[in-house]
Design a protein around this ligand. Structure first.
Ligand code: DCM
Ligand code: DCM
Ligand code: ZN
Length: 295
């Protein structure tokens, strides 16, 4: 299924791109996307089960081994990101997107991964190990059988769009307005308080596994790529901790056997609005810091 949330994040970010960032996006992003981060945000899900790309599946989340039902939420890179996860993936693609020694096609891949992962890291259940990030928790939402993870990824944003907006871009526009001059205006600066990708760069290592292009026969045989202790995971870790805290404060609060399309939706739709707005604003600030030298 199409992931409207990812597209929303891309469209929100688009509204805040600086001139040099926009020029980079237009010159680098696959021409089919016409310079639009929204549609390009879907690419990482579209390819992840296809031949040659399955190594990227584990980059979409970090399995935080905390205890949300016991009321204790936390993310630790040493405990939860052994090998690879969304933290090391964001760090790695942050380096690659700005590595001009790489072919443009590789910078394009890095950009498309970043657009997607900065969306995923804002989803609380992408920063939680419990029940495979909620994928194993069966639920009913508006009469349909689904899982808690999918409710957060898809059902809640889709219902919001259906209830209140004419479509994905209309929803994104409303979030942009809330950031610029609405209820998010006073908090948006705090969403991007960790936005210095340059601090990551010097610590990055060459990455033979991800240097391969998608036509390479070795693509399915990647050696574990990154060692988190050799990288500065700082901002991605801060973002994951921010999302993971919501697992304790709201995802498993007021959650029962009833249809989650009712009170649970009403309680959590504002959280999803905020996380999509936040991820879009962060994505723009992250790219602007790289390509415009200012958030
Ligand atoms: N997905 C896809 N193509 C597939 C399988 C799944 O696009 N062959 C999408 C649908 C899921 C989504 O991946 O809802 C989950 O990805 P994530 O939440 O990491 O964005
Ligand atoms: N996912 C997650 N945590 C995991 C495993 C998967 O957050 N431990 C996410 C990735 C996709 C969705 O759940 O968004 C479905 O995963 P998959 O397509 O790998 O079944
Ligand atoms: Zn994903």
């Amino acid at each position: 299924p199409r992931e409207s949330g990812h597209e929303v994040v891309g469209y929100v970010a688009q509204a805040f791109l600086g001139l040099n960032t926009l020029a980079f996006v237009r010159n680098t992003l696959d021409s089919q996307y016409r310079g639009q981060l929204g549609p390009a945000a879907l690419w990482a899900d579209q390819i992840k089960y296809t031949r040659g790309w399955t190594w990227s599946k584990g980059f979409h989340f970090v399995d935080a081994h905390d205890d949300p039902l016991g009321g204790s939420c936390s993310v630790s890179d040493s405990r939860d990101c052994k090998g690879n996860c969304i933290l090391s993936a964001i760090t790695n693609y942050t380096s690659r997107v700005q590595d001009t020694t790489l072919p443009v096609s590789e910078q394009d891949i890095a950009l498309k991964f970043l657009i997607h992962f900065i969306g995923d890291i804002g989803q609380p259940l992408h920063c939680e190990a419990y029940e495979v990030g909620g994928n194993s928790i069966k639920e009913i939402f508006d009469g349909s059988h689904t899982e808690l993870h999918a409710i957060w990824d898809t059902k809640i944003p889709d219902k919001t769009i259906k209830n209140s907006f004419s479509g994905i871009t209309d929803y994104a526009d409303s979030l942009v307005n809330r950031i610029k001059s609405g209820d998010y205006a006073s908090v948006a600066a705090s969403w991007i308080s960790c936005t210095d990708p340059s601090s990551l760069q010097p610590k990055l290592i060459e990455n033979p596994a991800l240097g391969l292009d998608s036509g390479s026969a070795d693509f399915n045989h990647m050696t574990p790529m990154l060692h988190s202790e050799r990288m500065d995971l700082h901002c991605p870790l801060v973002w994951a901790q921010d999302s993971n805290a919501l697992v304790c404060s709201t995802v498993f609060t007021g959650y029962d056997d009833s249809d989650l399309g009712g009170d649970y939706y009403n309680n959590n739709a504002p959280v999803v609005d905020q996380q999509l707005a936040k991820s879009g604003y962060r994505l723009a600030a992250w790219l602007n810091t790289i390509f415009d030298g200012t958030a």
